[in-house]
Ligand binder design. Structure first.
Ligand SMILES: [Zn+2]
Length: 489
């Protein structure tokens, strides 16, 4: 399938508008294929399920003819049939019994019980066990839940044909002939594509004139979902298997070298303090991932996000330094100002419960070099650029767009991240493939280790370009990354 490129979306007020939604209003739930229409045409689905495509079409043909000739029904949705007069229902059910038999429709009596429609229940009940009936409906639904699946298109074709023979749908003769060919095999791929497009466009016309029968749809889903259990499965990735400790040791060795360099060369250099400080923070986050094996954990995403942001910030400040030599002081002041704000809020808060924010530590840090009364507090982004703008300015747009945004979803608890990490998928079509909270299973998300190596190596190379790192040490981390990339490819 070809996906629409981002450039084709209209970006307005911070939102990417899909080109499809520019000229089509989305179909509401009760008219959507899976939720709204499949329950209505489940009787057709059962016929295909029992007899297969060709035989299914062969048997449906006289059924449609009988409904057309003997009733005034203009729709063949199950809800329309159930709401018809007793005499008309009798005609439809007799046609079904004549051409597909009791066994084919019997599974549906678990949904359309005597309480819902006594005539249906009476005509189609047989000795089939409830579990068996439910299983048949589940298997049948599984095949046709996807609205683009071939099985779903076969079913959707049947009401279109009925609308045509009832004269409710009009089209040119050539189009009608083409549509009619659909039920036969051996159409060329090109023809099938044309027919598919024709089916979809006719359906939209019909749907716009249809009113969904919410009561029946609710009855269907309530009955079928209550009769079946969740069938849960977890989509997990392998635990990280690389020799991560080896890489960690190589990086640690380089950071030890930086520490010595700073102490020996210029311990009062503000620029070096800030740059090495930020890089060391990245190292510490990598160290936590290593020590606590967080590569496959949710926390790992927070770690790599922070490493990316740190790297972008380092590049960003070195870029600004050309026109602003006090940038290093400003960075410190900005961060301390944030701490002061937290401190001030805590002092003014009545609730003095024990928390992880320790006001004594904050007080010591805020007052470390400057009396706090002289400390400003800036609540904007540092230098007014958000991280997206900073990344773009230092030519690291991809690092931001491809990874940082994804990890941010985990940091902010957005639904994509919740769905991926904390919900289990239920494989039961009768439950509409819903998701349920994952309480017992361990989460093994795809490992962040490769990205840690990628970003940490970029960070170290950046520091190398500023301060120089012995070639042998750089060679070791580069080799490590090359081996990884080689293995991945
Ligand atoms: Zn379920």
């Amino acid at each position: 399938m070809e996906y629409t490129k981002l450039s084709s979306y209209r970006f307005t007020k911070g939102k990417f508008i899909s080109p499809w939604n520019e000229f089509m209003s989305p179909v509401d739930d009760n008219k959507s294929w899976t939720y709204g229409r499949l329950p209505e045409y489940i009787w057709i689905a059962l016929i295909f399920h029992k007899y297969g495509r060709q035989e299914g079409f062969r048997r449906l043909s006289p059924i449609l003819r009988a409904i057309k000739e003997k009733t005034s029904l203009t729709h063949i949705r199950m809800s329309d049939i159930l709401l018809a007069s007793e005499a008309e229902k009798e005609c439809v059910f007799t046609a079904l019994l004549d051409y597909v038999g009791i066994d084919c429709m019997a599974p549906l009596t678990v949904v359309i019980s005597g309480e819902i429609d006594s005539m249906f229940a009476l005509k189609f009940s047989n000795s089939m066990l409830i579990d068996e009936r439910v299983k048949i409906i589940q298997d049948c639904m599984k095949k046709v839940m996807g609205h683009n699946s071939k099985g779903a298109t076969d079913i959707r074709y049947v009401p279109l044909v009925y609308s045509l023979i009832c004269g409710k749908l009009h089209m040119k003769k050539e189009q009608g002939d083409l549509l009619f060919k659909y039920q036969f095999e051996h159409n060329s791929a090109e023809e099938m594509e044309l027919i598919g497009a024709l089916i979809r466009s006719c359906e939209l016309v019909l749907l716009s004139n249809e009113k969904a029968n919410d009561d029946y749809i609710n009855v269907f889903w309530n009955a079928i979902s209550e009769l079946t259990e969740c069938d849960l499965y977890i989509m997990g990735f392998d635990k990280e298997k690389e020799d991560t400790k080896k890489y960690y040791e190589l990086v640690k060795d380089i950071f030890y070298y930086f520490q010595q360099l700073y102490e020996a060369c210029d311990p009062l250099d503000k620029r070096m303090k800030v740059l090495l400080g930020i890089a060391t923070y990245s190292f510490k986050r990598l160290e936590e991932a290593e020590m606590h094996n967080l590569y496959n954990a949710i926390s790992g995403r927070s770690i790599i996000r922070s490493m990316i942001e740190n790297y972008i910030m380092m590049k960003y400040m070195v870029m600004l330094e050309k026109d602003n030599s006090s940038i290093w002081d400003e960075f410190e002041t900005y961060g301390i100002g944030q701490y002061k704000l937290v401190l001030a809020r805590h002092r003014e808060c009545e609730n003095k419960r024990e928390a992880h924010v320790d006001t004594h530590i904050l007080e010591a840090i805020v007052n470390e070099y400057k009396f706090e009364e002289f400390q400003d507090m800036d609540t904007r982004y540092f230098k007014n650029d958000n991280i997206r703008e900073k990344a773009s300015k230092v030519d690291e747009k991809d690092l931001f767009g491809l990874y940082y945004d994804y990890d941010s979803a985990f940091e902010h608890g957005l639904w994509g991240a919740i769905r991926e990490s904390s919900m289990l998928k239920c494989d039961n079509p009768a439950h509409q493939y819903h998701c349920v909270p994952n309480v017992n299973e361990e989460v093994t998300l795809k490992s962040i280790f490769n990205d840690c190596v990628y970003v940490m190596n970029k960070t170290i190379h950046f520091l190398d370009s500023v301060y120089g790192v012995p070639e042998s040490k750089i060679g070791e981390i580069d080799n490590y990354e090359h081996t990884l990339v080689g293995e991945t490819n």
